[in-house]
Design a protein around this ligand. Structure first.
Ligand code: NAD
Length: 333
């Protein structure tokens, strides 16, 4: 079956990573028509919005997107293109699977956790102001509708995928109103899923628990900021940002992207690891119903890593394109 996918190539190392993933998907003979859409620094240089409305409209029309990382311009008034895209497409659920990969040695064996990060509110509404000459206020927006939909999304996922434990991560001991609202919403909704064991953890304790007892966790639900921070912690446990995938879901569309950013210092060096974006693309294939293709690509990726072909971040010497060629040749062979 043929699929259309909107493609944002991204900034910094984004275009190299996207090219690597395109090559592997082509080698797997999956019939995807990539529709290039613009966003990021190039748009700003051309005097356009960082995420133009045509891009939003096109992704909405197609319903599925794959995205290379985008750089947030530095300077007063600059907004994150990534946050803008998630907000404008109402991609409320950021889903980040954290699992061990063969050939990627870390102290955290048999990792198998899925993080659900709320994507639309919390401190990410970017509403800050100087209340007085010496005092800044940053607004942390927490609402019942946003809490309800990420919590239900996570429980529904757990039910569908036979996951047994769901934990709400918060700091309601300090932010009794804002984080308390998420915790109260969680405690109400979890009653609807009696077959799933569920409890809550304070975020600092959760970080420590993840490092010492990672196999005790299954599905974690996190408000936006904790989700951002714990995602990088989990990416490190998995082997680094080069291997950590992600997906963003709304009611009407889904955009797949790695956890990492544009790693600008490596731009044009053919150095960074395409695994994270490739695994994000396999999540996309799952979403498109291409289950066999997903398995084939994961198998080829695992065989490549097992054969010791690795990029610099995993201790290897392969460049981005060498690694992509190696995965692609597994698919052809
Ligand atoms: P980053 O994730 O881009 O890079 C941090 C470090 O992680 C890199 O220097 C590199 O050592 C390593 N790394 C990242 N991706 C890698 C890969 N594929 N392979 C191997 N190593 C990799 O974080 P940053 O430097 O803080 O951010 C750079 C820019 O990216 C910023 O403008 C930031 O706003 C943006 N950003 C974008 C996204 C996104 O597109 N979703 C996410 C995070 C940051």
């Amino acid at each position: 079956m043929s699929h259309k996918v909107a493609l944002i190539r991204g900034d910094g190392t984004g275009p190299e990573l996207v090219a690597a993933v395109e090559k592997i998907i082509k080698a797997a003979k999956i019939d995807i028509e990539w529709i290039d859409v613009e966003a990021g620094l190039k748009c700003v240089e051309e005097g356009k919005a960082i995420v133009p409305q045509e891009t939003i409209d096109k992704i909405k029309e197609i319903g599925v997107g794959l995205k290379g990382p985008m750089t947030t311009p530095i300077g007063k008034g600059s907004v994150s293109p990534n946050v803008t895209l998630r907000k404008k497409l109402d991609l409320f659920a950021c889903v980040r699977p954290v699992h061990s990969l063969p050939g990627v040695v870390t102290p955290f064996t048999n990792l198998d956790i899925v993080l659900f990060r709320e994507n639309t509110e919390d401190l990410y509404i970017q509403d800050e102001y100087m209340a007085t000459a010496t005092t800044a206020h940053t607004v942390k927006l927490m609402s019942v509708p946003a809490a309800e939909r990420i919590i239900r999304h996570a429980f529904d996922y757990a039910r569908k995928h036979g996951r047994k434990k769901v934990v709400m991560v918060h700091k309601a001991n300090i932010m009794k109103i804002g984080d308390g609202l998420y915790l109260r919403t969680f405690n109400r909704i979890r009653e609807e899923y009696p077959e799933i064991e569920s409890w809550d953890n304070i975020v600092d304790n959760q970080c420590m628990q993840l490092v010492i007892r990672w196999n005790a966790y299954d599905v974690l639900i996190l408000p936006n900021l904790y989700g951002d921070i714990v995602s990088d912690l989990a990416a490190g446990m998995m082997g680094g940002l080069g291997v950590a995938p992600g997906a963003n879901f709304g009611d009407d569309c889904a955009v797949f992207e790695a956890v990492h950013g544009s790693a600008p210092k490596y731009t044009g060096m053919n150095k960074v690891n395409p695994t994270a974006l490739l695994l994000s693309a396999t999540l996309m294939l799952d979403h498109l119903g291409e289950f066999d293709a997903r398995k084939q690509i994961e198998g080829a990726l695992e065989a490549t890593l097992r054969a010791g072909i690795k990029t610099y971040d995993l201790g290897g010497t392969a460049g981005t394109s060498d690694f992509a060629d190696a995965v692609a040749s597994q698919l052809k062979g």
